[in-house]
Design a protein around this ligand. Sequence first.
Ligand SMILES: Nc1ncnc2c1ncn2[C@@H]1O[C@H](COP(=O)(O)OP(=O)(O)OP(=O)(O)O)[C@@H](O)[C@H]1O
Ligand SMILES: [Mg+2]
Length: 375
Amino acid sequence: MQVTDSLTKIWINWELKALVPVAGVLVVGVLAFAMVTLDLRADERHKVLLVATGGAAIICAATLVVLAVLIQWPLSELQAKIAQLRDGNLTVAVGFADRQDEIGELGRNFNEMVRQMRENQEEIQRLHRSQISRAEHLVTLGEVAAGLAHEVRNPLAGIAGVFEIIAAELSASSPSREVLDDARQELNNLNRFVSDLLSCARPKPPEFTPADINMTAEHAIRLARQQAGGLAGQIHFKRGKGLPLVEHDVSQINQVLLNLLLNATHEIDSGGEVRLDISHIGDEVVLSVADTGQGIVPEHLPHIFRPFFTTKGKGTGLGLSLARRVAEAHAGSIDVESTVGMGAKFTLRLPVRQPQPSADITGGELQIDRETSRR
Ligand SMILES: Nc1ncnc2c1ncn2[C@@H]1O[C@H](COP(=O)(O)OP(=O)(O)OP(=O)(O)O)[C@@H](O)[C@H]1O
Ligand SMILES: [Mg+2]
């Protein structure tokens, strides 16, 4: 086996390979000729053999020259062009492409391949340029949105306070109570939208504290029930048993769970249910939010985590993109499974302990934050 291996590795020049059979045939020819001339006189036989051997040598030399012109030169040119290509020169082309034989065909294929590579590279550069300018545009838009959201937040908190005072002064039987509840609900939605917009436009790095994830989830459940109106009783929660403390940003994970719970509640009617389950697997806690709604059609699945993708008239499409960003900033993940007509299940996985140093995305976000706060 080893002998075969080393034999296959021996480099034999192609001219030698081509010439050996030709030379072999010629030698056999000369020998045959020598046999035929056995009955000639010795001096005549020498002359004839000299002529035959000379002829064979000329044929070998001519074959070599022809092979060199037809094959060796184009191959050398091809090798040189491949070396230029490797150095990044995408304008190379071989000169033998107009030959009407297999070598010409090889040259045409090579030139075509280089042309396609050049086109692909131009396309990549064009996309890269347009993405950079899109990213710059988004950063500016993000800053505007963040500024706007920041300005709107304080008045919103003021209005919420006024609603609380009015609610305290209204009698329990007052017909205005229903209107006030609707207005508070709208205010909650507006507040969540502003919070999501602010978190998307100016993401804060998570502030990790070892905390009880059951309590974080319970808080989200309470908020979701408050906002679910008549469907509140259909939101179920299964606490995780024997969980360790989980290093997480309580407010960010609360926001993510609330978004998932509200999405799920939006999908069910009076016969359906929403479940938030927590379990502990290895070094992770797994939080799943499942509903018995209509599920997500396969065409929408690849887009639902993109910012501003929504199928709801009043939706912003920020909830899930924010959820994914927060999950990744926690070195975790969020995935979805859905069967149309049966419902959807979102699974958030978080490591119990944050890896050291914390995720890269945090560094990037910090830079953006410092950048904007300097202005
Ligand atoms: N539980 C779910 N069942 C079916 N579709 C869902 C579910 N959760 C999300 N989706 C789909 O994903 C889309 C994006 O959700 P996302 O939370 O990002 O935005 P939104 O809910 O539309 O808007 P907002 O969160 O601002 O109200 C939704 O519009 C909906 O089409
Ligand atoms: Mg949503």
